[in-house]
Design a protein around this ligand. Structure first.
Ligand SMILES: [Zn+2]
Length: 345
């Protein structure tokens, strides 16, 4: 039933006022900021980072996290001009009141509620908190405003959080396609357990620099990827991309991504300069204004190389490599990753 409804929604999109969103799903540290930056350089599109943090990350006191332009969100013209024009000078107070991320259910809760409603019709529990509506309306206003100001038709949203994508997909005036980005889980895990990154706590509403334990990481990786697959099962337009494939063949992969989006009524165009750069396996990063996102990638500017990392087995150590291989065996087999060596990135 849900599937039908979605197909209908997709077919109905002929309205040029619809927001078109390419949603990057999957686990953090899988390369979503880079893929978002690449797609954001196609003509008529813009990468805005992890938009599900638009009302939370921008209002963390003491500059918990900065815009990728280097300024705090309050001082960044791109965002502060948008917010002040649409919501007045007190936008910060308004955003904090919404507490948007906290009102979103975790993926497990969302799934349980959906099953419950399916098998107990007539007594349905709403999937989302009623308070979410104001924030969602504001998000749409902000995105329309930005699309008009920047003269773009598509937004790249690298939020990855599945329940938020599901919320957006239910809006009649939003067209959402899902790019499920997968990276070798052993590489993602290594990044999580060794490199501290700023993580947002929905309870304290603060960022803190931390790593994950490897057990936490396994659970998180499986949940994030399962949620992305769930979006496909629910009938959303879906494309699975392996990060390593992108690193090896950035140009053809990007072409495929663009044509996937365009087959769902997007209007992205490969620009000549992007084509040239990807052919050389490089990307020129100009100033952009990302919400949240990987701090290492978002602060980069100028020309960067799209290149592979060191061999994973050497990097993480043989013992850990085989342990993680064992844990992720079904996923590695399913996704087509080599078992006993890292696929060349
Ligand atoms: Zn900025």
């Amino acid at each position: 039933m849900v599937k039908k409804k979605n197909m209908q929604t997709n077919n109905e999109i002929t309205n040029s006022n619809s927001l078109r969103i390419i949603f990057i799903a999957g686990a953090g540290r899988s390369g979503s900021t880079l893929i978002g930056d690449v797609l954001g350089q196609a003509n008529k599109s813009i990468h805005l980072g992890e938009l599900w943090g638009i009302f939370d990350y921008t209002t963390v006191p003491d500059g918990g996290v900065f815009c990728s332009c280097g300024a705090s969100y309050e001082d960044c013209d791109f965002w502060s001009q948008t917010f002040e024009t649409l919501f007045g000078e007190d936008w910060l107070l308004l955003f904090r009141e919404w507490n948007f991320q906290k009102t979103l259910p975790h993926s497990t809760k969302l799934l349980l509620l959906m099953f419950r409603n399916k098998f107990w019709p007539g007594n349905e529990i709403p999937l989302f908190d009623a308070n979410v509506k104001d924030a969602l309306k504001a998000l749409k206003r902000a995105l329309h405003f930005i699309c008009e100001r920047e003269q773009v038709g598509s937004i790249i949203d690298s939020s990855k959080f599945g329940p938020y994508a599901w919320l957006l997909s239910k809006e009649d005036d939003m067209q959402l396609v899902v790019v499920h980005l997968v990276r070798d889980p052993r590489a993602t895990l290594y990044s999580w357990v060794t490199k501290p990154i700023p993580m947002y706590d929905r309870e304290t509403r603060q960022f803190s620099l931390r790593t994950r334990t490897w057990i936490e990481s396994v659970v998180y990786w499986v949940r994030a990827n399962f949620t992305a697959i769930f979006l496909r099962l629910m009938g959303l337009p879906y494309y699975r991309l392996q990060y390593e494939t992108f690193i090896n063949e950035p140009l053809s992969t990007t072409r495929e991504l663009i044509s996937f989006a365009n087959s769902h009524m997007f209007d992205l165009e490969m620009s000549e300069s992007l084509e040239e750069q990807l052919r050389e396996k490089s990307l020129r990063l100009n100033t952009r204004h990302l919400i949240g996102s990987n701090p290492d990638v978002k602060r980069k500017a100028g020309q960067i190389e799209i290149k592979s990392k060191r061999n994973l087995k050497d990097l993480i150590g043989t013992g850990r490599f085989y342990l993680w291989t064992l844990i992720f065996l079904p996923w590695l087999l399913w996704l087509g990753y080599p078992i006993l060596r890292q696929r060349d990135e």
